[in-house]
Ligand binder design. Structure first.
Ligand SMILES: Cc1cc2nc3c(=O)[nH]c(=O)nc-3n(C[C@H](O)[C@H](O)[C@H](O)COP(=O)(O)O)c2cc1C
Length: 364
């Protein structure tokens, strides 16, 4: 995919992880849509994810897809724990593979102490509350419910649920799994010292706090074919004194790399209530850049990426290997195609049904 001078902008260079080659460096970020039924993907997911894949991104991710019912943020969250979930997801991956050049990944997660909430646009209701789990019995917010402190039986159950979900993800033909270890969900709360105050082998030092996330990663890796890559999303910085620091994040990256992780998706924050980044612009990209430079693990950067100029600079400057775009894809499913048009690049190829629009220039 090159411009009329024969030059391929960095954004449109391919990228390979294990047996998966992406046609460009644009990724649609995982985003909860609260539109599943009993965890099962619906027509909404087919159209939503299908249109983003047609829109030219090299890789699209599903929303956080929970490995057990108790791990759902809300009753509308997607799951990977019931037999019905596999054919529903396969309908989506089949469409993406048959119709587009995109790859599709599933973000597997467990909401931990942030589970059991109503769907955002529904009124608060107690009928959908269920028992929530965390490494330590600390509520997310002052008014929020206190989670059950996990014991080894709970941890085995959750680790096995992740392994089971990884097996199902392969059956559903996903190309990559992303493990959600950020944003204050279950695995993230093991990593942050603000949310993990255990006195056993799973609390205390960073090495101990990483033990359960790494056990889960290993269980997932064991179930997912060797030619398919695995990513993990982390919160590299908690934005609160006493929380995870950039130095910790480098060590987290190193531990995941040593365990065999293929790429780290570097986000920040959302670990404790009220902690909000003050920075604007590409405020998360420095964390990706540092981890990538210090550890050598490939990274994805996410947050406020607005267009091709930023993506070209990030890739060319080695600040990340992939650029993950969230809200930009909610606004414009054809984000990558429109970027190609703006850069006068001959690709990604339009779906053949749409070829008659080649050369059309809109005017709003
Ligand atoms: C509607 C919505 C839902 C989200 N759900 C998830 C999610 O399921 N998993 C996740 O890791 N991040 C989630 N996020 C965060 C995004 O993936 C992304 O990191 C964030 O929006 C910053 O990127 P952006 O500035 O490109 O939107 C969500 C964000 C939005 C706007």
């Amino acid at each position: 995919m090159s411009d009329k001078n024969g030059v391929t902008p960095p954004m449109f260079t391919p990228f390979t992880l294990r047996g998966m080659t992406l046609i460009n460096r644009v990724v649609m970020s995982p985003m909860c849509m609260y539109s599943a039924e009993n965890g099962t993907a619906t027509d909404f997911h087919l159209v939503h994810l299908g249109s983003r894949a047609m829109g030219g991104a090299g890789l699209i991710f599903t929303e956080m897809t929970d490995v057990e019912p108790a791990g759902r943020i809300s009753p509308g969250c997607a799951g990977m724990y019931k037999p019905d979930h596999v054919p529903a997801w396969k309908r989506v991956t089949d469409f993406v593979h048959r119709t587009t050049e995109a790859k599709i990944g599933v973000q597997l997660g467990h909401a931990g102490r942030k589970a059991a909430n109503p769907v955002p646009w529904e009124t608060e209701s107690d009928k959908n509350r269920w028992e929530i789990y965390a490494p330590s019995p600390i509520a997310f917010s002052d008014a929020g419910p206190v989670p059950t402190e996990m014991n080894r039986v709970h941890m085995d159950r959750v680790r096995d649920a992740f392994a089971n979900a990884a097996r199902m993800a392969d059956e559903a033909d996903f190309d990559i799994i992303e493990l959600h270890c950020g944003h204050g969900y279950l695995l993230s709360t093991f990593i942050s010292p603000l949310t993990n105050q255990r006195n056993d082998d799973y609390g205390g030092s960073l090495e101990n706090r990483m033990r359960f996330p790494l056990e889960v990663f290993q269980a997932v890796r064991n179930e997912f074919p060797g030619n398919k890559p695995i990513s993990a999303r982390i919160s590299a910085f908690d934005w609160v004194d006493g929380g995870t620091t950039e130095k910790d994040a480098v060590e987290i990256g190193r531990m995941f790399k040593d365990a065999g992780l293929d790429i780290l998706d570097v986000s920040t924050g959302n670990v404790v209530a009220g902690a909000r980044p003050t920075a604007t612009g590409l405020f998360q990209t420095p964390f990706s850049e540092t981890i990538r430079r210090e550890t050598g693990i490939p990274t994805m950067t996410v947050g406020n990426i607005r267009g091709p100029a930023e993506i070209n600079d990030i890739i060319a400057d080695g600040r990340a290997d992939l650029c993950v775009v969230g809200k930009g894809h909610l606004y414009d499913p054809y984000f990558a195609r429109h970027a190609a048009h703006a850069l006068d690049v001959d690709g990604p190829d339009a779906p053949r049904q749409y070829e008659r629009a080649t050369g059309y220039t809109p005017s709003f």
